[in-house]
Design a protein around this ligand. Structure first.
Ligand SMILES: Cc1cc2nc3c(=O)[nH]c(=O)nc-3n(C[C@H](O)[C@H](O)[C@H](O)COP(=O)(O)OP(=O)(O)OC[C@H]3O[C@@H](n4cnc5c(N)ncnc54)[C@H](O)[C@@H]3O)c2cc1C
Length: 455
């Protein structure tokens, strides 16, 4: 065997698996294979001047490389079982929370100390929400911010690089199963190991699907969340974001009974492009450093879509909608809320005349030509509901960027140890479909590492 353990993917799941293995068994020979670049080589070419929109790099530096999709994220570690994944269904609620707290401790030791931990416990805003038919989910949120998150990753890499072998720019093509363990193929080379942890995140979803087909590991894909990213002056939400930073608010629409929720709130942040398998969607982030903050707050409004038999390709549905916006807008479309309500497209002139400056250079257009009516109706209802707790949300100039799609990786069948039908082949993090967040993905890495170390 070349290695005791091979980890595929150096996102939070893979990093924390490597870290925890080294805490328990320093002499284990561990290798991490990562499709993207090393941290310091990760640069998105979009500079807002020469390169204004996504040029479809071979390896997207936003999604891939050391730190995974989380490297340039807002670094919000939500310590909760209420959202961010269903890890607790496999390992129990208490253990899941304990592991998320453990990850938080490590982040603090590796450069995050001094960052703020927000909490919904005892907030008056919860009552205000209920009085207006909105529901605030419980959570503690550690906000590292994009800048500190980067420092934590840099320190984690410095700590791990002499203990674990990192292979960057080395996508794994296939995984083979043998009596004694596993082999991974990278180009013409094969590497063998006793145990293999697959942690390929969202960017590895297509690859994961292929591997599961080849190895006959059962999967299920029934959910996708579709919506827009809302951008408004930070004052509109400051009474909420100053206290809670991130608030997950859920609303059930009157018309269809669909659940619409706020997601990934970035006070004084910026809206950014996201490239998933060549499709440009929208996301957001913000910095802890006041010098890098903007005058706007952004968050997503997502409508959850669950499909039942015979339809099985929920992500394909989300992709088709995102493709439509790419077709019409050449990328992401932006529209003023007032224009949407009046049934008119936004034009560059209308955007320019608005009392808010967009933080993303998107194409002014008409989201009603892109989003299905049911989803658009839900978003509009939710904006009016939010306007009651944050007056100004339903202003004409509120910007809506579309589309934001939250793809859920298909759920891979694993047992309570996050082990597939092959003993010693673990599937964790967002790639497993079980987690959808930094804290849950990291916790799943710690969990399987402890399991392997115990054996
Ligand atoms: C812009 C943005 C902002 C976000 N903000 C937040 C936030 O504030 N809070 C939060 O909780 N979540 C956030 N998220 C989500 C969060 O980043 C993910 O939930 C988290 O990174 C999942 O970790 P992971 O290790 O499972 O996968 P990932 O972080 O996606 O890492 C997987 C890694 O595997 C690599 N890989 C894929 N296929 C292969 C292969 N075949 N061979 C080798 N390597 C491969 C990829 O290159 C990638 O680096 C954000 C995401 C984005 C894109």
């Amino acid at each position: 065997m070349d290695y005791d353990v091979i980890i595929i993917g150096a996102g939070p799941g893979g990093i924390f698996a490597a870290y925890e293995l080294m805490q328990h068994k320093k002499d284990l020979k561990v290798a991490v294979f990562e499709a993207g670049h090393a941290l310091e080589q990760r640069h998105c070419p979009i500079d807002g001047e020469k390169v204004k929109s996504c040029i479809g790099c071979k390896s997207c530096s936003i999604m891939s490389g050391f730190g995974g999709a989380g490297a340039f994220s807002d670094g919000k570690y939500n310590i909760t079982n209420d959202f961010g994944g269903t890890l607790y269904e496999y390992i129990g609620k208490k253990q899941a929370l304990d592991l998320m707290r453990y990850v938080d401790d490590i982040n603090m030791r590796f450069g995050g100390e001094g960052t703020k931990l927000y909490s919904t416990a005892g907030t008056r805003f919860k009552t205000v929400c209920i009085q207006n038919d909105l529901h605030l989910l419980d959570a503690s949120v550690r906000h590292l911010g994009t800048d500190i998150n980067y420092i934590v990753l840099k320190n984690l890499y410095s700590y791990l690089k002499d203990k674990v072998e990192f292979h960057f720019d080395t996508p794994v093509e296939t995984v083979g199963v043998y009596d004694a363990g596993y082999s991974v193929q990278c180009g013409k080379q094969y590497f063998t190991c006793k145990k293999c942890i697959i942690s390929v995140g969202r960017s590895g979803s297509k690859w994961m699907e292929k591997v599961c087909k080849e190895l006959m590991i059962p999967t299920e894909s029934t959910r996708v969340d579709i919506g827009v990213r809302v951008e408004l002056p930070s004052e509109v939400f400051s009474h909420i974001t100053d206290e809670l930073y991130e608030s997950k608010i859920v609303y059930r629409t009157e018309k269809y009974g669909d659940r619409v929720r706020t997601f990934c709130m970035n006070p004084k942040g910026a809206v950014v492009n996201e490239n998933t398998n060549g499709i440009i969607t929208v996301n957001g982030h913000s910095y802890e450093d006041p010098a890098k903050q903007t005058e706007n707050t952004n968050f997503a409004l997502l409508v959850a879509k669950h499909f039942s038999e015979p339809f099985k390709d929920s992500n394909g549905y989300g992709e088709s909608i995102a493709r439509l916006s790419n077709m019409l807008g050449g990328g992401v479309i932006v529209q003023r809320f007032g224009d949407l309500i009046r049934g008119q497209r936004s034009t560059p002139k209308r955007i320019e005349e608005a009392f808010i400056t967009p933080t993303l250079n998107a194409t002014p257009g008409d989201l009603s030509l892109v989003l299905p009516k049911r989803i658009l109706d839900g978003i509009i209802e939710m904006i009016y509901a939010l306007d009651k707790v944050a007056p100004g949300t339903a202003n004409d100039d509120t910007l809506l960027y579309g589309v934001e799609v939250k793809f859920y990786n298909m759920e891979v069948e694993v047992n309570e140890k996050l082990e597939s039908r092959y003993p010693g082949l673990y599937i964790i993090g967002d790639g497993s479909g079980i987690t959808h967040s930094l804290s849950h993905a990291s916790a799943s890495g710690v969990y399987v590492a402890r399991n392997i170390a115990d054996k």
